[in-house]
Design a protein around this ligand. Structure first.
Ligand code: GLN
Length: 503
């Protein structure tokens, strides 16, 4: 049986019915990582022995009639800024090259408690700053649809792990689009939860007022399942909300006819013609399904990117102060204390991170705070208010998840402004603190290659249910063709190991 690349739901069924062992499933994925890992550079660390040990423990528990949890035996890849006890946590940076996490992040602990097998730590832009995974100190991750293209970022490694069939599920983080944009570039689903829904305890902070942790999966159901496990109140994270837990997988079926869907014109500016065409055809499908689609406007979004880069840099400059060679991070040899700080940070951080720390320090400087930081905070309030008002009229807001398909490696890295502007569509969602799903909506031609592009479905705060339900129903309409293309893409990457059935 070909387990690799199956939806998580099916793999779980085979494991729980005893047809396939968790150990066999893990071997299949480890094999895939061995085969495809080097081509794509999606993983920074593969947790082979630990994953094998976890899988056999779960098999034993299942044989003994126990219930190891709703993710029993399912491999999950984790972005390398989320702590997994005993594994490295480089954040894509040289400065943390040799650091081993002494504890599990709450999200990782919750996965383990439900029987997930953590299979590896995935590549990312350094400290999650970037949109292409090119700022990683461990080399760029390649897009499995075209190895000369970026997978998006900053959670590019997690997206590729799922897209290429090296893990059925993965965790990423999203501060300004780092889950949704790579999901769009690689043809899978990714969800940025409402701020405060998923604990960030044990996750290296980039911009604390915007950071979120969320799931990647091939389909909407898979994302709903992973969200169900990681969501919920955590006393270890002061920004975590005490909400009633929701069984997201149960909220997927149901009617979407009558849902009011707004399409903000500001989010269509700069979208390429081929992506716009796929988006328009998706809107017609949504109308055919009975949703009421209407154009609308959110004027303050025009300032979202500028305000975001002020706020994110300011918070990053403060958060990254702890990597100084004393509290955290590799210490450089030096004759004096000052030299030690300067060299530890100067040699440990990459160019993009240093640029953001300088920018952040500048906007927080006494004379500049009012001019930049406070004004950016005011823009954030405007954006939040505008979303809140819009959600009185609409149940959902939709847009493409990225202005274009995956770009070529090296194409934008020398031109940071174009790279930053590419975040225009995803950033407002983080500024407003609301939730959004990115799911594949189709393919657009680029230089003769057919590349995936995603739809962004934005929902009210803590209304992930409606977002996931709309996405799931839409997937029933348009998903079959997309899945077929994903299967082809995976076959092109290398042979698939057949899974042995338990006698
Ligand atoms: N590309 C954006 C940035 O560099 C968003 C990154 C993210 O969401 N972590 O800040």
């Amino acid at each position: 049986m070909e387990i690799r690349g199956m939806p998580a739901r099916d793999i779980l069924r085979y494991i729980s019915s005893g047809e396939v062992s968790a150990a066999e499933v893990v071997e299949t994925y480890l094999d895939a990582i061995r085969e495809i890992g080097p081509q794509t550079n999606a993983f920074i660390e593969v947790l082979e022995p630990a994953a094998r040990a976890d899988a056999s423990r779960i098999d034993k528990e299942l044989r003994d009639g126990g219930s190891p949890g709703i993710l029993a035996g399912l491999p999950v890849a984790i972005k390398d800024n989320i702590c997994v006890k005993g594994a490295g946590c480089t954040c894509g940076s040289k400065i943390l090259e040799n650091w081993i996490a002494p504890y599990d992040a709450t999200a990782a602990r919750r996965l383990r408690e439900q029987g997930a097998v953590i299979i590896g730590k995935t590549n990312m832009d350094e400290f999650a700053m970037g949109s292409s995974t090119e700022t990683s100190a461990y080399g760029v991750t390649r897009n499995p649809w075209d190895l000369s293209r970026v997978p998006g970022g900053s959670s590019g490694g997690s997206a590729v792990a799922v897209a290429a069939g090296m893990a059925p599920l993965a965790l990423g983080t999203d501060t300004g689009g780092s889950i949704r944009q790579p999901a769009s570039f690689t043809g899978i689903c990714g969800l940025k939860p409402t701020y405060g829904l998923v604990s960030r305890y044990g996750v290296t902070a980039y911009a604390s007022s915007l950071d979120t942790v969320g799931p990647f999966g091939e389909g909407v159901w898979d994302c709903a399942l992973l969200l169900e496990v990681i969501a919920g109140h955590d006393p270890l994270d002061a920004t975590s909300h005490a909400k009633e837990p929701v069984t997201y997988t149960k909220a997927l079926d149901g009617n979407v006819a009558g849902l009011r869907v707004g399409v903000p014109q500001e989010l269509l500016r700069g979208v390429s013609a081929p992506v716009k065409a796929v988006f328009e055809s998706t809107l017609s499908t949504m109308e055919d399904m009975g949703m009421i689609v209407e154009e609308m406007s959110l004027p303050s979004l025009a300032h979202a990117v500028e305000a975001y880069y002020v706020i994110a840099a300011a918070e990053a400059s403060s958060n990254l102060a702890r990597f100084d060679g004393v509290r955290f991070g590799r210490r450089a040899d030096a004759g004096t204390l000052d030299e030690m700080y300067t060299r530890s940070r100067g040699e440990g951080f990459g160019k993009e991170v240093i640029k953001r720390i300088i920018l952040g320090t500048f906007v927080l400087d006494t004379g500049n705070k009012d001019r930049y930081y406070r004004r950016a905070a005011q823009v954030r309030t405007l954006i939040k208010d505008e979303f809140q008002k819009a959600f009185e009229r609409f149940d959902l807001i939709v847009s493409p998840a990225a202005p274009d398909v995956a770009f070529k490696i090296g194409e934008k890295i020398q031109d940071p402004l174009t790279m930053y502007l590419a975040d225009l569509i995803t950033i407002p969602v983080n500024m407003a603190g609301v939730c959004a799903l990115s799911m594949p909506m189709g393919f657009a031609e680029c230089d003769g290659v057919s590349l995936p592009c995603g739809l962004q479905i934005i929902g009210k705060p803590f209304d992930e249910q409606t977002v996931l339900r709309a996405g799931y129903c839409l997937e029933q309409e348009i998903g079959a063709g997309i899945r077929e293309k994903v299967r082809h893409m995976r076959q092109n990457l290398g042979p698939v190991r057949e899974c042995e059935l338990v006698d």
